[in-house]
Design a protein around this ligand. Structure first.
Ligand SMILES: [Zn+2]
Length: 450
């Protein structure tokens, strides 16, 4: 009975706070394509461009975007941000502490009554949504847009929220993270013996087509599926995707049945463009950061070039039809720089195409420097100057960006939460406390104990 009351109450809450769906039809649809080269500073761009095109060669695709500005990156509690706080600042328009994902650490453990992220706002307005990354899909950058947890360690819970709460349409990346650290707010989900298998079962019950290879991804798109969960990885422990090292070393192969970042981006656009209300798509070159953490210049250049290929796909998609350029905001924004990369040399000579420039690293962590924002399309006029990372969220409030003529989209921003999050969160907490009398039946009937 108690469970029924909670359920009814939450349904009523949800019904009362959900914003109206987009009107559709009359307005011009708009799209946001937000692209994150994680950990990419300006030195990383220079090194990649010289390797690919030489010192006087053509620009990288990202260097062709029309509006250039820069952003402060600090988090609420640190001069040096992590990816969780930085992505939360973009997604929510306010500063967060390092480690937090669109939910402040002082909040209710299950993050009830949080304001919606930009992705959730887009969803509520009828737009399709997508997350495309080369890290594990549960990593901090995508998570901040489609989940609310107090700690980035809660990776199984993050993906559960993608599927049950945010209902992201297209999710493509590595597998599920295998962090050894505990997730204090969701101890049961942390303890699942096979969390990835459980989440795949959950995805299928929610109407997702689950895929693990490139051929299956293409087949799924040909069939016209609109909800896709793709976890691609080669059984590595970190569950990120295979590094795209073939971009700097032609002798190296890439797994035949694993899509590259550019291929995943093509796949996502093919699905999302079908939505008459437009879409929000996040694309992250996650491993630029990982390579820089390892002070691996070759890997960093390879991943930067892989990211640039994904941007070429996006620019090609925009150019393919009249009107897309005017209605699609593209932003390329690194969350922070990683490694403190400085480049010089080689020894008084002009470096040539194909050369790995001489490098020096300040460390193996993130650095505090501002990062460059490159953009084009509606709303980008607000980003051609020095801004804070929270200002990117504000650029999304432009009526033209979010939906032509709908200027009140953000003024009505109210809690959008989250019947599923609350219910399962409560249930998991009850089990942890030894109180399984009520919610255990629900859980036994669900995916946890299948
Ligand atoms: Zn990092």
């Amino acid at each position: 009975m108690e469970r029924l009351m909670i359920l009814i109450g939450l349904i009523m809450i949800a019904a009362g706070v959900l914003p109206q769906a987009a009107e559709g039809g009359s307005g011009q649809r708009s799209n946001i394509i937000f692209m994150v080269p994680d950990g990419m500073g300006l030195a990383q761009v220079t090194a990649a461009r010289i390797f690919r095109n030489g010192p006087d060669g053509p620009p990288l695709a990202m260097e062709t975007l029309e509006v250039i500005g820069c952003q402060r990156t600090h988090s609420a509690d640190s001069t040096v941000t992590d990816s969780a706080a930085a992505a939360s600042a973009w997604a929510m328009g306010e500063k967060f502490n390092n480690g937090e994902l669109s939910c402040h650490s002082g909040a209710d453990p299950f993050c009830r009554n949080q304001l919606p992220t930009i992705l959730e706002m887009a969803k509520a307005r009828g737009k399709a949504t997508g997350l495309v990354v080369t890290s594990q899909i549960s990593d901090a950058t995508p998570a901040a847009f489609a989940a609310h947890v107090r700690s980035r360690r809660c990776e199984a819970e993050i993906v559960r929220q993608y599927l049950e709460a945010a209902e992201v349409d297209v999710i493509l990346g590595g597998g599920l993270g295998q962090r050894r650290d505990s997730c204090p707010d969701y101890p049961i989900s942390f303890a699942w013996p096979d969390r990835q298998a459980a989440l795949l079962r959950l995805a299928r019950t929610k109407g997702y087509q689950t895929v693990a290879g490139k051929a299956a991804l293409h087949a799924t798109i040909r069939e016209g599926k609109v909800k896709i969960l793709g976890m691609f990885e080669q059984n590595r422990r970190d569950k990120g995707k295979t590094p795209e090292m073939f971009r700097v070393d032609a002798s190296l192969g890439y797994p035949e049945d694993e899509p590259t970042l550019a291929e995943m981006t093509t796949a996502a656009l093919t699905v999302l463009e079908k939505d008459a209300d437009g879409f929000f798509l996040l694309v992250e070159g996650s491993r630029i950061d990982w390579s820089s953490h390892a002070n691996d210049l070759r890997g960093q250049i390879a991943e930067t070039l892989a990211f640039d290929e994904a941007l070429k796909v996006v620019l090609g998609w925009v150019a393919a039809k009249p009107g897309r350029k005017e209605t699609t905001l593209i932003i390329v924004a690194p969350d922070h720089e990683t490694g403190g990369l400085a480049i010089n040399g080689p020894d008084g000579r002009l470096a040539q195409a194909g050369e790995f420039i001489k490098e020096g690293w300040a460390g193996r962590g993130h650095s505090a420097t501002d990062t460059i924002i490159r953009s084009q399309g509606p709303g980008s006029d607000q980003l051609g100057k020095a801004v804070d990372n929270t200002d990117i969220y504000r650029s999304w409030q432009t009526p033209l960006v979010f939906d032509a003529g709908k200027s009140t989209v953000f003024s009505g921003r109210r809690p959008l939460r989250h019947i599923d999050v609350s219910f399962v969160g409560i249930a998991l907490g009850a089990i942890e406390n030894g109180d399984m009398t009520d919610h255990s039946n629900h859980l036994r009937g669900g995916f946890l104990f299948e």
